[in-house]
Design a protein around this ligand. Structure first.
Ligand code: PAF
Length: 282
């Protein structure tokens, strides 16, 4: 049965009871408006422990001024239905006042990582993410937490935070779930007009093309390839923020001799008023 908790205290009480019974806890943090991508995280969570906790919280501190905080889709009843079907044990749906009781003086900043790629275009975003995830970890105290690879930079940021701050939670990344045409599932896809939705899959096409070029070509000029694919996205009607080829663990640019490195291609691009992100490992 799905327990719905709205207060920090009620989450702590329930988790304490599970722990007394030697049950471990797997946690899936979300901002709600659940789709198949989130539900895949819940399925993965089931594989890693006895109890699955999902949080639904549209975290104001990770939205910059002028971003979509107020229009971000909130679908509480449907989310609860889906979590009941998918057999989560608890959903934590706090009000903002539960998560930010007094003006907070403490923030968690993962230096360097939070200022690059998406961080360069969304000032304060990753500080907000790291801070709220740290708070949620302290509330839920999970043994394991599950994140989607769709938000690849976020996943690396959280892994770094957990390692740097010696948090005892294991982080697991789950591959991106895509529509039939290849577009990565995201709550923000519903902002797209019909025409934009029809061309949105080209983002993934360009990622795949880049991956193939990286595999098939020796002595690649990364900066040149990035620029070429950035331009190609523009020709397809996107307004790219960045198109980058990076080391898949550190998110640093590839070393000159990178035969041992696994690379990841990351992109953020606007289609009209909608900012899409995606990535692909090489
Ligand atoms: O990926 C998300 O939905 C959010 O960034 C997260 C991890 C739930 C923190 O608010």
């Amino acid at each position: 049965m799905l327990t719905i908790c709205e207060t920090v205290e009620s989450v702590r009480e329930q988790v304490r009871e599970w722990r007394q019974r030697n049950q471990n806890v797997v946690f899936v943090p979300t901002m709600g408006n659940l789709h198949e991508g989130h539900l895949r995280l819940v399925d993965e969570a089931r594989q890693h422990g006895d109890r699955v906790v999902v949080s639904i919280f549209v975290n104001p501190s990770q939205f910059a001024e002028g971003e979509d905080f107020t229009r971000y889709p909130r679908t509480r009843d449907r989310d609860i239905e889906l979590l009941t079907e998918r057999v989560a044990d608890m959903v934590f749906i706090p009000e903002i006042s539960q998560m930010y009781t007094v003006p907070n003086l403490t923030v968690v900043e993962v230096n360097d990582l939070s200022g690059q790629l998406c961080g360069a275009f969304r000032p304060g975003h990753f500080g907000g993410v790291a801070t709220v995830v740290c708070k949620l970890f302290n509330i839920v105290q999970p043994d394991t937490a599950i994140f989607g690879e769709k938000d690849y930079q976020q996943l690396i940021l959280i892994k770094t935070m957990v390692s740097d701050l010696m948090m005892s939670v294991k982080i697991i990344g789950v591959p991106t779930v895509r529509s039939d045409d290849g577009l990565a599932l995201s709550s923000r896809n519903q902002y797209l007009t019909d025409n934009q939705r029809k061309s949105a899959h080209k983002l993934y096409e360009v990622l795949k093309e880049t991956r193939d070029l990286l595999k098939d070509t020796n002595n690649i000029e990364y900066a040149q390839l990035e620029q070429q694919q950035y331009n190609s996205l523009k020709q397809h009607g996107f307004k790219p923020d960045y198109f980058a080829i990076r080391d898949s663990e550190t998110l640093q640019p590839p070393a000159a001799d990178n035969r041992q490195q696994q690379l990841v291609i990351l992109v953020a691009a606007w289609l009209g008023q909608t900012r899409l992100i995606d990535n692909l490992k090489v």
